[in-house]
Design a protein. Structure first.
Length: 107
């Protein structure tokens, strides 16, 4: 019985050593895909050409952070989840003279 237990230890450790980083990489690639889909969605959000550093793991894959995004207020929660580095703004002609309202300021 002891040799059977020893026999399974190696494969179990191998699966953990390979599986955890693979899952982390896949989740980051999905996040990048969702960011790109959001920016290309109609009506397209307006975002600045200035860049901030992307959230830590995304920078490893060559993703750029975004400085500021102007979106409809209804898309604010999704945009904040996908772009935590960006300052999110919405059109609001009633609340401010400039017609813009900051939804999520940059931290």
């Amino acid at each position: 019985m002891n040799s059977f237990k020893t026999c399974l230890t190696g494969p179990t450790i191998s699966v953990a050593v390979i599986g955890v980083p693979a899952g982390w990489i896949i989740s980051d690639l999905i996040w990048i895909k969702e960011r790109h889909a959001f920016l290309n969605h109609q009506p397209m959000p307006v975002y600045s050409a200035l860049y901030r550093p992307a959230p830590w793991p995304l920078g490893l894959f060559g993703e750029h952070g975004i400085f500021e995004i102007t979106i409809p207020e209804s898309a604010a929660e999704q945009a904040h989840r996908l772009f935590p580095e960006a300052e999110l703004m919405a059109h609001d002609r009633q609340q401010s003279p400039s017609g813009m309202k900051i939804l999520f300021p940059h931290r």
